[in-house]
Design a protein around this ligand. Structure first.
Ligand SMILES: [Zn+2]
Length: 1003
């Protein structure tokens, strides 16, 4: 997401890109220019080259005054070299001496009236000299010169200058790259300016790979020029922060006062909410150039974030002092505000930028994204289209336009202030469940935080990670994010996109909706740590197995003094030292909220949020409500330490003085002497399991559970003890252990599945239903879980729980056989394009819908009878049996009136048949086989007409693995018994938004 914040606002090395006045492709004249330039090369070799190089070194190292002095002397000595003029103008520009730069330029133009490079420099110099017409004239003259004297401009500097000129004119970036930059690079591979120009262009278009490659080459060719290193830092900023830091550090070694480098540092500090340090960095820029427009723009950002509108306006005016309609100023201010979640304010700034220059594409692109994040989608998409039309190389615009087509195929569910968009197949399976959860979250959290939501909240759930990333960030990638909230818009990855180990989607949605509440309460003016802290805290309030709990790792960090002071906590999210540190930032933030609630009362949290909504800085607000920050830090430290010490308080946490290769007897002897040592007990239990001494392993495992029942780590004692009981055939004991674990862990899919199996054996249908519901909270697309829930609920005579799962099965496993043709026809006839409106219909309505399908498919009587067979049948449920079961559980309550329920009354919920694709039984099995070998089944139905539902391989592979029932012991045993990565089983790193799985190491 790092943009090149100040690109083009300096004269070194390049000139503003993308500031085109119109979309254009390269004219034949431009192409002819290249044809003439077959002999690309340097301008004539310079006399006193060493002298010029020395002066350039002065410029590169930031000794601008010396550079100006030397250049002036050479010009005075009537040096014929144009380069001295360039150098003097650039150095004067860097130090804010715009009037001097204009004077130097005008004198130079008299001497070199047909220099394209000078004209290009001149455009910017005249703009900052307040002479807009003259600036435009510079471009017009380049146009004429390039057209009339094309033979003249064949050397490399002119080629690069011409490339930049055509970009300013709105030429196609790819063409410029190919026709100008690439050809110069081929003819003169060691000319660094080519790579700087290429890198700038690539950065502007978010093509970071190309930018990194080009800047690396420039840095290698001219290692003493900070421009290449800084470009590299920008190119790496969003993907490889450590390499970005190294490159930036190298730029500062060469020039400690490099303005663009300093601005990049300030940018990062603002992101980390370290406003004071950011202001200090800006002061360094002002020490070199008190007029620097971008530094003033950043100062306006700081003033806004610190709630000082007067200072904000003063800084903005200062930024526009010399070039009063510079669109880059408002664009930068708005972009930074948007990055701080102030999307409305950010959008207003982009509109101001577009007022200055309606064709300024960076502002248009940013405004498009702001509007999409604000939920003002129609205009947002329109702007994305506009940008793409004018700039086909704009990666973000291209991605958004493509995504728009995908979104058009989503299904929309609306109810009670929510607009939920999902993949149609997923919406059919758990869309209503998701809506119900959101409604409950709204009811509870809005009341608790005294918030009213004026507009419908938009929630979009994506089955493809890349689509989620594009909708959220404009670019693919960003692996590992589960959900993001912008205030009124939530985007989330669906369980289908999360691989084999999805997180609990209910916890994720609850977390994200809590962001909606707190962001709207504060008008998006809250520090990140507080927003995340409250969301994690509220997860835990809703369900103790959600959110984050103290772990051995967190205990070590808290007691080891690794807590981040509250005033710097937001920064802990930005550049965590490790994945564990990122998780710890969430955990610590939630603990701060817990501390505030326990020590000062929940009303204090509400008061803090109320004050933040006025724009007051967080430090001021905290001091007002909880006292001096130093005191808060000290007291919170005590609170956290106490919490850490309360984790397994009777246990000995010391590492054992045992060698890894120690024998069983030695380990057993050691644990006898240290009976509460956790690591020793774990070692002993592990060794006993290794040697299959199941009975002996029980004792240390039970002791571990007694000492540290909250340990949900990879090798936790619950999993190990359950494995022991299983080996010994002690089913009841195994179930008891797993149930304790299931209550504590909200993502333990394998554990829930095993519980279903165990509870089924004892016909404990309530327990089967509970375990199946736990599975569905993690993976709602697992048909085995729906089937078990439906059957258990049926056994419990609980149609309210059975119906949704049977419906889900119907939608995942469509009505089959040739007898379905009438149903298919009926389904087609009932298709509507309007969004499905959620409604709460009773059994009568449900029965009516089912009867309609069943009547159409001819299943009403026969299938009902057919489905009375044993649920342990090795064959998968046919859809016919599902229809029958649905009827069976529905009709007892609804039968008397079912047939007479009006079609109109049932319409809103009549989604069963609407999208159900129809496929013959045999074709379904064949497809299942194909899909289980990793291929997507997407063929049309054999009877023609309606296309088949493209089935996600993931859905199929899971269901086929569990095709007859829940997993067999042989399948599940190793999954439970072997240690899975800690974050998968116990630490639940991936439940939270912004947690990067790739950092954790699975990607
Ligand atoms: Zn969050």
């Amino acid at each position: 997401m790092q943009d090149c914040h100040a690109a083009g606002d300096r004269l070194s090395p390049g000139v503003l890109l993308g500031h085109g006045s119109r979309s254009m492709t390269l004219a034949p004249a431009a192409l002819a220019l290249m044809a003439v330039g077959a002999c690309v090369g340097f301008a004539p070799a310079a006399a006193r080259a060493d002298d010029l190089q020395d002066a350039q070194s002065l410029y590169h190292s930031g000794k601008y005054a010396d550079c100006i002095r030397v250049a002036a002397e050479r010009i005075e000595e009537r040096s014929w070299q144009e380069s001295w003029r360039h150098l003097k103008i650039r150095a004067e520009f860097e130090t804010g001496r715009y009037a001097d730069a204009v004077a130097t330029l005008e004198a130079a133009l008299e001497r070199f009236p047909s220099s394209i490079t000078l004209h290009l420099l001149g455009r910017k110099v005249f703009l900052f000299g307040g002479r807009t017409e003259q600036a435009e004239k510079m471009l017009a003259e380049i146009d004429t010169m390039a057209d009339q004297s094309r033979w003249r401009y064949t050397n490399s500097p002119d080629r690069i200058a011409l490339g930049r000129f055509f970009l300013l004119r709105g030429a196609d970036a790819k063409e410029v790259l190919e026709v100008f930059y690439d050809r110069v690079a081929k003819a003169l591979p060691d000319y660094a300016e080519t790579y700087l120009a290429t890198g700038e262009l690539a950065l502007q278009k978010h093509d970071y790979a190309l930018a990194a490659e080009a800047f690396a080459r420039a840095a290698k060719l001219t290692p003493d020029d900070p421009a290449g290193h800084l470009g590299l830092a920008r190119a790496y900023a969003s993907s490889q922060p450590q390499q970005a830091d190294q490159a930036l550090a190298r730029a500062f070694e060469l020039n400690p006062n490099h303005a663009d480098g300093l601005l990049m540092s300030a940018d990062k500090l603002i992101d980390a909410e370290h406003y004071q340090e950011a202001a200090e960095v800006l002061n360094k820029v002002f020490a070199v150039n008190a007029e620097d427009p971008m530094a003033h723009a950043y100062q306006a950002v700081l003033a806004h974030l610190q709630g000082d509108p007067a200072a904000e306006e003063t800084s903005r005016r200062a930024a526009l002092k010399h070039w009063s309609t510079n669109p880059a100023v408002d664009h930068l201010i708005g972009r930074k505000l948007s990055q701080d979640y102030r999307f409305s304010e950010g959008a207003a700034y982009q509109r101001r930028a577009l007022k200055f220059d309606p064709k300024y594409l960076p502002a248009k692109m940013q405004l498009s994204q702001d509007l999409l994040r604000l939920g003002e989608e129609a205009q947002g998409w329109r702007l994305a289209d506009e940008v793409y039309e004018q700039d086909g190389y704009n990666v973000v615009a291209h991605n958004l336009v493509t995504l728009q087509q995908t979104l058009a195929e989503f299904k929309t569910l609306e109810a009670d202030g929510f607009v939920l968009r999902m993949d149609a197949r997923e919406a059919d399976v758990y869309g209503l469940s998701a809506l119900e959860l959101l409604r409950r979250a709204k009811r509870e959290l809005c009341a608790k935080y005294e918030v009213e939501l004026p507009r419908p909240v938009v929630v979009e759930i994506f089955p493809q990670r890349k689509d989620f990333a594009v909708r959220t960030f404009g670019m693919p990638g960003a692996m590992g994010f589960l959900g993001v909230c912008f205030g009124n818009v939530i985007t989330a990855n669906s369980p289908a996109s999360q691989g084999e180990n999805p997180s609990n989607w209910r916890a994720v949605l609850w977390h994200e909706f809590c962001h909606v509440v707190t962001l709207q309460k504060t008008n998006n003016k809250m520090p990140r740590w507080l927003s995340e802290g409250i969301s994690v805290y509220e997860e835990k309030q809703k369900d103790p197995s959600w959110g984050q709990s103290m772990t051995a790792g967190y205990r070590r960090m808290v007691l080891g003094g690794e807590l981040t002071p509250v005033s710097r906590l937001s920064g802990a999210f930005l550049r965590p030292a490790s994945p564990l540190h990122l998780q710890f930032a969430y955990f610590e933030s939630a603990m701060v909220v817990e501390y505030l609630v326990e020590t000062h009362g929940f009303q204090t949290v509400r008061d803090i949020l109320n004050d933040l909504s006025t724009g007051t800085a967080i430090d001021t607000v905290l001091e007002r409500h909880v006292g001096p920050l130093e005191l808060l830090d000290a007291q919170f430290d005590q609170f956290a330490r106490k919490r850490a010490e309360q984790l397994a308080p009777d246990a000995d946490w010391q590492p054992p003085d045992l060698q890894p290769e120690e024998g069983l007897t030695a380990i057993a002897d050691w644990t006898k002497q240290h009976p509460t040592n956790l690591a020793g007990l774990q070692l002993l239990a592990g060794r006993l399991l290794q040697e299959k001494k199941w009975q002996e392993a029980k004792k240390p495992l039970k002791k571990l559970l007694e000492l540290h029942p909250e340990d949900l780590g990879a090798d936790n004692a619950y999993l190990r003890l359950a494995a022991v009981h299983r080996e010994l055939g002690e089913t009841k004991a195994e179930r008891s252990v797993l149930e304790k674990l299931a209550q504590r862990d909200s993502d333990a899919l394998d554990v829930y599945l095993r519980l279903i199996e165990l509870c089924k054996e004892s016909k404990d249908w309530e327990a089967v239903a509970v375990a199946a519901e736990r599975v569905l909270a993690v993976d709602p697309l697992l048909r085995a879980a729906h089937r078990e829930l439906a059957r258990a609920a049926e056994a419990l005579h609980d149609p309210g729980r059975a119906i949704p799962s049977y419906r889900a099965l119907l939608r995942m496993d469509p009505v089959n056989s040739t007898a379905c043709v009438p149903a298919r026809r009926a389904a087609r006839m009932s298709k509507r394009k309007s969004p499905i409106m959620m409604h709460s219909c009773g059994s009568a309505c449900q029965a009516s819908q089912i009867l309609q399908i069943a009547a159409g498919s001819g299943f009403t009587g026969a299938s009902s009878r057919q489905t009375t067979g044993s649920s342990s049948s090795p064959r998968r449920d046919s859809s016919a049996s599902v229809v029958g079961r649905l009827l069976r559980v529905t009709i007892p309550r609804a039968q008397p009136r079912a047939a007479s329920v009006s079609r109109k009354a049932c319409t809103p919920g009549n989604v069963v048949a609407r999208r159900a694709p129809i496929r013959s039984c045999s074709s379904k099995i064949a497809q299942q086989r194909r899909a289980s070998s990793g291929r997507i089944a997407a063929s049309a139905s054999s009877s023609g007409g309606e296309p088949s539902m493209p089935i996600s391989p993931r859905i199929w592979s899971k269901s086929s693995a569990l095709s007859t029932s829940v997993p067999s012991r042989s399948k599940i045993t190793p999954r439970i018994a072997i240690g899975r990565p800690a974050w998968l089983v116990g630490q639940r790193a991936c439940r939270l938004c912004f947690v990067r799985l790739f950092q954790i190491g699975i990607a």
